[in-house]
Design a protein around this ligand. Structure first.
Ligand code: NAP
Length: 271
């Protein structure tokens, strides 16, 4: 199998480097192109740089479109005549629908949303497929995606909320724990960086504990917050005060997601 990466920015580079390093493909079976040529000076050894996006499309069974939504329509239109009925196009963007993409390329299409935790091979990568994609195509794509973490298939209608849960969640988690640590620092002389490390290690270990022992959030709370104890004072504050903030968070992000999808649709429909 040969694959192509169009757009060597944050996502294109990550996917190229992870797949090349994994050994699931020979580096010589990976074809890359980017608008500005300077970025391509750092591609992994053996990966092939193409002169044009069309050359990437011609050479590849699976073509990853790793460009911003504003560039997606032009790039797909540019390569459409170089794709065959067997080509499998993978869009990295959650806002551009299969309906929009199919107007330009009517074959096999997937949408793939990796998370930043791919950097440590622990992405919870979302994937959804249009009706043309067959089981063997899914298996081939997912083998590539597993080189940087888990793969979760969702229907297209759930990719938005799915993205909140895995792609946006590192940002939500970081901001929540940033607030917690900022508050904690007011009450201690432990150095700031040590406070952060203590909380981060405990956060990761709590996740590992829950996953390995199949514990729920409630299990952990019950285990730590004994009746009338100190932890219970804190967990009560969270359960009383935080639900409104969490509701607002998802209301705001989902509203933003709807308006982004609307804008993406308009830009895609423009001539
Ligand atoms: N970043 C994330 O965490 C993340 C997560 C999930 C999904 N996504 C999605 O992934 C896609 C890519 O995001 P990104 O963060 O990787 O963007 P990025 O860092 O801006 O990279 C986009 C790349 O596309 C190149 N490009 C633009 N037009 C091109 C063209 N006509 N031909 C060839 N290359 C072209 C750009 O080249 P230049 O060097 O010339 O600018 C740039 O290197 C987006 O749809 C985004 O929504 C991103």
């Amino acid at each position: 199998m040969k694959i192509g990466i169009i757009g060597y920015g944050s996502m294109g580079r990550m996917i190229t480097e992870k797949i090349a390093a994994s050994g699931v493909l020979n580096a010589g079976d990976i074809f890359v192109a980017n608008r500005s040529k300077e970025k391509l000076q750092t591609i992994p050894e053996g990966v092939i740089v193409c002169e044009s996006n069309a050359d990437v499309a011609k050479n590849s069974d699976i073509v990853f479109l790793c460009v911003r939504p504003i560039d997606l329509k032009n790039v797909l239109s540019e390569i459409a005549s170089s794709l065959s009925t067997n080509s499998f196009v993978v869009s990295l963007n959650g806002s551009i629908t299969f309906d929009m993409l199919s107007k330009i390329f009517s074959g096999k299409i997937a949408k793939v949303i990796p998370s930043v935790t791919a950097e440590v091979d622990r992405s919870q990568t979302l994937v959804c497929y249009n009706e043309k994609v067959e089981e063997k195509d899914k298996q081939e794509l997912e083998k590539l995606l597993r080189t940087f973490g888990n793969v979760i298939e969702l229907p297209e209608t759930e990719v938005g909320m799915g993205s909140e849960l895995v792609s946006c969640m590192p940002g939500f988690i970081a901001s929540i724990f940033d607030v917690l640590c900022t508050s904690a620092k007011k009450h201690t002389s432990i150095p700031d960086d040590q406070v952060v490390k203590m909380v981060l290690q405990t956060m990761c270990a709590t996740g590992e504990l829950m996953l390995s022992k199949d514990m729920s959030f409630e299990d952990v709370v019950t285990r730590v917050a004994t009746k009338g104890g100190i932890t219970e004072e804190g967990t009560k504050v969270v359960y009383e005060g935080f639900p409104d903030t969490a509701d607002l968070l998802f209301e705001k992000t989902l509203e933003k997601r709807r308006s982004t999808a609307e804008k993406a649709k308009k830009s895609f429909e423009e001539e």
